[in-house]
Design a protein around this ligand. Structure first.
Ligand SMILES: NC(=O)c1ccc[n+]([C@@H]2O[C@H](COP(=O)([O-])OP(=O)(O)OC[C@H]3O[C@@H](n4cnc5c(N)ncnc54)[C@H](OP(=O)(O)O)[C@@H]3O)[C@@H](O)[C@H]2O)c1
Length: 195
């Protein structure tokens, strides 16, 4: 599976590094098409989408709707992982504009600092995500590669709930003046043991 990360800023670079640590095949798509990240093959956005099976959108949330509209044809049949938050609108996601795509919403409900170092007080931090059933394996592989624990929240109809969790995270970050905060859903390991 080749992964194209579009936008290698604070969040995109964490996903690229996680993929590299796990020997995954990763390329970068950028507006310039020029490498800003060492030796990783870098292409213009359209070409990066064509070359990969999984596309991670890690660009400013204000650009996501335009991005989806411009590249929708190329994104058909790809797994599209949307990390973006369009924080001047509610909801922050653009799942409606992604209808017809294999859409995953992940890496959106925490600050990037925690995604970069996802162990707090000795506990592995959870990353909640939504997707259709068929995309779960791909989504979880990429989430795990960053060191976060994937927690499936349900189908795309639950995307607003993920955004509410970000709202909760932001409220806690302001209250405690710290971005080094994460969530842990307790009880899931016991459920797995019973399966
Ligand atoms: N920062 C966080 O803590 C955090 C946490 C969760 C989710 N998010 C969301 O993740 C997304 C990325 O955030 P970030 O903090 O990683 O941002 P960032 O550091 O500013 O990086 C954004 C990247 O997007 C590229 N870019 C900008 N405009 C673009 C466009 N129109 N088309 C294609 N690429 C474009 C930039 O590359 P060039 O300018 O070099 O082309 C840059 O690499 C945002 O939607 C944000 O809401 C952020």
């Amino acid at each position: 599976m080749k992964i194209a990360v579009i936008g290698v800023g604070k969040v995109g670079s964490i996903i690229v590094k996680g993929a590299l640590r796990n020997n995954m095949d990763v390329i970068i798509g950028s507006r310039s098409g020029k490498s800003t990240f060492g030796e990783i093959p870098t292409y213009n956005i359209g070409r990066a989408i064509e070359l990969a099976e999984t596309i991670v959108i890690a660009i400013p949330g204000s650009e996501t709707a335009k991005f989806l509209s411009r590249y929708k044809e190329k994104l058909i049949d790809k797994v599209v992982i949307d990390v973006t938050n369009d924080i001047t609108n509610w909801p922050f996601h653009h799942a409606n504009e992604a209808k017809g795509l294999k859409y995953v919403r992940a890496f959106s409900m925490l600050g990037f600092e925690v995604m970069a170092l996802p162990i707090i007080e000795g506990q592995q931090v959870d990353m909640l995500y939504v997707s259709d059933e068929a995309e779960r394996e791909t989504a979880e592989k990429i989430i795990r590669s960053t060191g976060l624990r994937p927690v499936f929240l349900g189908g795309i109809d639950k995307a607003d709930i993920i955004d509410n969790v970000l709202h909760l995270w932001g409220t806690l970050a302001a209250q405690y003046k710290s971005r080094n905060l994460g969530f842990k859903i307790l009880g899931l390991n016991d459920l797995k043991k019973k399966e």
